[in-house]
Unconditional design. Structure first.
Ligand code: PDD
Length: 276
């Protein structure tokens, strides 16, 4: 298949330079964009977040996002992608390995590829289990950077316990999960961690909050504790392409009555309307 390499769509090949700062330092930012029926979903929101992430690490994007967006749409076309994702990353470029920023003439490197991935409707309808683990990440989790080692370790713990996600906590507070945001439902109202420096403000999360507004469901962007998580009526996680996954058990303890809850099901149904 083809990839986007800077401003050109080329055949996938070995394009990694050993002194790419993304490769050596995780010095760059990324996005994962869902593609449904050949159409990227919520592209504007992803481009907006990419711009913000780049700005927060003082990385100048080498291309204007409108142009980048067009290139990504072209890539989806060229690869004939129907269902899947676009992975996009921008690193601070290739330069001799010194920690500080390279000279100003170093060009950031943009790479994007597509991956086929069927939607997991079964997961959305049936739910899954999660584990709980300490959030050991830094204090700028709002930036979608390439540095994902703590997330990788957390997800591995989940997989080793036959769970789909690792829900993270800092002290008593639940932040998010290794690659998704976490919502709880109590007495018909939703709670999710506020979009501050402790979480990534998920595009799916933002959309769900908007849907709650439209459905007149009360949603609070407020922190909640580990005890409140276990005591919730419903728990679900959200992320690109997975969309919404009901969580029926955390660390072996059953949430609510152990089946996907009504609020979660209502949101699943509403979210599907965005692309069906
Ligand atoms: N992860 N929180 C973290 C830490 C994430 O990595 C992600 C997404 C989310 C959900 O964000 P969104 O709804 O915009 O996908 C929350 C992507 C999918 C990934 O790294 O593969």
């Amino acid at each position: 298949s083809s990839i986007l390499y800077n401003d050109q769509i080329i055949e996938r090949d070995n394009v990694v330079e050993i002194e790419d700062r993304g490769y050596q330092f995780g010095d760059g930012v990324y996005e994962v964009i869902g593609v449904y029926d050949g159409e990227p979903l919520l592209m504007d929101e992803h481009m907006k977040r990419l711009k913000r992430s780049a700005r927060e690490i003082q990385l100048t994007l080498p291309v204007e996002v409108n142009q980048l967006r067009k290139k990504l749409e072209e890539l989806v076309q060229v690869n004939g992608l129907e269902e899947g994702i676009i992975y996009l990353q921008v690193s601070r470029g290739v330069a001799p390995r010194w920690h500080e920023f390279p000279s100003t003439d170093t060009q950031a490197v943009t790479v994007a590829y597509t991956r086929e991935e069927e939607r997991d409707n079964e997961l959305e309808d049936q739910g899954a289990t999660a584990v709980l683990t300490k959030d050991i990440r830094w204090l700028r989790c709002d930036i979608k950077t390439l540095n994902l080692l703590p997330n990788v370790l957390a997800k591995q713990k989940a997989v080793e316990n036959n769970a789909i996600e690792a829900i993270l906590h800092r002290g008593d507070t639940v932040t998010e999960a290794s690659a998704s945001n976490v919502f709880i439902v109590k007495n018909g109202e939703l709670y999710t961690h506020p979009a501050d420096n402790y979480i990534l403000n998920g595009i799916t999360r933002q959309k769900i909050l908007q849907l709650c507004d439209e459905l007149e469901l009360k949603a609070h962007e407020e922190t909640f504790t580990v005890d409140e998580l276990f005591d919730a009526d419903e728990v679900f996680i959200s992320a690109t392409k997975m969309d919404i996954a009901p969580i029926l058990q955390v660390d072996g303890k059953t949430i609510g009555n152990g089946t996907p809850g009504n609020v979660t099901k209502q949101l699943v149904k509403e979210f599907r309307k965005l692309y069906e």
